[in-house]
Design a protein. Structure first.
Length: 619
């Protein structure tokens, strides 16, 4: 009976969380406050205010799987070569940020808050870390993960996850307990051993495993295998005292070169979204209003001091590392909050008697409030940006570019084509010169590089010399022509597949010798006509035969027009009223006309696609 009650209570709590999320998140998004703040508000109302759920901290630990899935997907998009290209930002800017923030905040803890030195060190290290979940979710919502400032922020967050190892090792060293001190070396060795095991397994086991499962064609087994890899790597790291998210990230990086990475990302993405939303709700649920009310003055003073201190340090370091003012502001106001790992850090420090239980509760409350203030900090930061063009935040950054297919232009035409390529396991490097389009595409997981395909240096940086094929899918005919001319002049050995805009453009592209072209509306028009015939009662086979015949006669006409001009292969038009007649095979000469009729001829205009032959109604 008690078991049934507990199960019923669990179902009821789940319904309340889901209901609160689906109401608050869209509402806050509509108000321009972002979904993150909506999830937080739902958690605060359901938990601390209404007291419907009182075990928010347990849910918070479980919902950290959202961060785990997020880091796995990020890792899938970071090939080892691209990760290596970020080494200066990770181990330069990231190291400087953690070290300087930790020292400064520890100094404030000793000389302002009056904390003992060991406690101040742990407090400084805890607040030096930022929330990967909050920062990356905001970047994804805005579609700015691929921008230069987004890469800087990610590099800092990645080093913070790496810094967990030495920070955890500090706790036993600072603890008055001898048993804790003797365990320090064991924790470090276990951490290094877990990382080595994961790297070896990822290098020699993961790809063969997914190859075997993929050959079976069992979709549900592939999903189960993806979850097993993510959760298994996370559990291994947690057992070694490291961040679960770090384990998932390493697994993702090791699979970044796999031909299954796109399918794995698609399998994990729904779980990432659900659990990450649950994490934000759990942060709101775990907010301890009693601790906040009892220590409101300390929290009221400490949280703004911590946020302002981190903003100032991060901005200064970004400028030292040659980051523009706008990007430095964006990074600084994105990462001023405390991180989710601080919950574990302060709890562990409390258990080791480095800090008191009361102080741990106050610090956790301060971390939670700082997280809740993140959307507000980002909004304030946006007001401090200098007046530049809307696209100034997008810089040409081709780290990690270079694939078998280089696609120029992420138009609707290109989006459809790229989905086919990605589903087929091909790597595609996409470049586009619209920052807004890149931001929008980033929300759907596409990795697009900002650059103008009409420039030789951009094509070089985008990896055109490595590409087996270039697909030109731009939205303007004249731009397409300039790119074709540039590539044929500078890179004559590259295969060109080009989007054509009309019949005349097709003939021009064929004259230039491109490897393949396709009019943007031709095949869709044929399919539409065939489906219409079927709707009118024609058998499917007969409708398909007619469509194939029209396609072949259109191709025949193109061959004639390629040698004799656009007017070849069709009857001339008259000023008289005309009615269409059935399509006929192309002819190589115009119908002979007498002089009287010839004087009434109107300027001939080519029909766009079908090549319909028109004759005077009177005839």
């Amino acid at each position: 009976m008690e078991n049934n009650i507990s199960i019923g209570s669990l179902y009821l709590q789940t319904l309340m969380i889901l209901g609160g999320a689906i109401i608050a998140a869209p509402l806050f998004k509509r108000m321009g406050l972002g979904t993150v703040l909506g999830y937080l508000a739902a958690g605060v109302i359901i938990g601390p205010i209404a007291r419907f759920i009182t075990d928010g901290e347990e849910l918070l630990h479980f919902s950290e799987l959202g961060v785990v899935f997020l880091l796995f997907i990020i890792g899938l998009d970071l090939k080892p070569s691209r990760l290596w290209s970020l080494r200066h930002a990770i181990f330069g800017l990231g190291l400087a940020q953690v070290a300087l923030c930790a020292v400064t905040l520890a100094f404030l803890g000793v000389y302002v808050a009056g904390l003992p030195v060991p406690a101040a060190i742990i407090v400084g290290c805890g607040f030096a870390l930022s929330s990967t979940a909050f920062a990356m979710q905001i970047l994804e919502d805005k579609g700015e993960t691929s921008q230069k400032y987004g890469q800087k922020a990610f590099a800092i967050l990645l080093f913070q996850d790496l810094a967990i190892v030495p920070i955890l090792a500090l706790i036993p060293a600072l603890s008055p307990s001898e048993s804790s001190q003797s365990a320090a070396n064991f924790h470090v060795a276990a951490a290094l051993g877990a990382i080595i095991i994961l790297i070896i397994a990822g290098r020699y086991l993961l790809n063969p495993m997914f190859r075997i499962i993929g050959n079976t064609g069992a979709r549900e087994v592939m999903i189960a295998a993806a979850l097993f890899v993510v959760l298994g790597s996370a559990a291994l790291m947690e057992a070694a005292g490291l961040s679960m998210a770090m384990g998932a990230f390493i697994a993702g990086v090791l699979l970044a070169d796999s031909s299954y990475r796109h399918e794995l990302a698609a399998d994990v993405e729904p779980f990432r979204g659900i659990f990450l939303g649950l994490f934000f709700v759990a942060v709101g649920l775990s907010l301890n209003l009693v601790v906040i009310l009892d220590n409101w003055l300390m929290i009221l003073l400490s949280v703004p001091v911590i946020i302002v201190t981190k903003i100032a340090i991060i901005y200064l370091l970004c400028r030292i590392f040659r980051t523009s003012h706008n990007d430095a502001v964006k990074v600084a106001f994105l990462l001023p909050q405390g991180g989710e790992f601080a919950f574990v850090l302060f709890s562990t420090a409390s258990a080791a008697a480095v800090i008191t239980d009361a102080l741990a509760s106050e610090l956790i409350a301060a971390i939670t409030i700082s997280m809740a203030l993140t959307p507000l900090c980002v909004t304030i930061g946006n007001r401090l940006l200098t007046n530049t063009k809307q696209e100034d935040g997008m810089e040409e950054n081709f780290e990690g570019a270079g694939s078998d297919v280089l696609m120029i232009g992420f138009s609707r035409y290109g989006q459809i084509a790229s989905q086919i390529l990605l589903a087929g396991g091909s790597d595609v490097t996409v470049i586009d010169n619209s920052a807004n389009k890149i931001r929008a595409a980033g929300r759907f997981g596409f990795r697009i590089y900002f650059g103008d395909g009409q420039r030789k240096d951009v094509l070089e940086m985008a990896g055109i010399r490595k590409a087996k094929l270039v697909a030109i899918c731009t939205e303007k005919k004249e731009i397409t022509d300039r790119i074709v001319d540039l590539i044929q002049t500078e890179f004559p050995d590259v295969k060109l597949y080009v989007r054509s805009f009309d019949r005349e453009h097709t003939l021009q592209l064929r004259a230039k010798g491109v490897d393949y072209e396709l009019r943007e509306t031709f095949e869709s028009g044929l399919l539409f006509g065939r489906k219409t015939l079927e709707a009118l009662g024609m058998p499917e086979e007969e409708a398909q035969t007619i469509a194939d015949d029209v396609r072949q006669r259109d191709e025949d006409r193109l061959h004639v027009q390629a040698s004799e001009g656009i007017l070849a292969g069709r009857h001339l038009l008259f000023n008289k009223p005309v009615t269409p007649e059935p399509l006929v095979k192309p002819t190589r000469s115009a119908v002979p006309l007498d002089k009287a009729t010839e004087e009434t001829i109107a300027p001939a205009k080519p029909y766009p696609e079908a090549g319909i032959v028109l004759t005077p109604a009177s005839e």
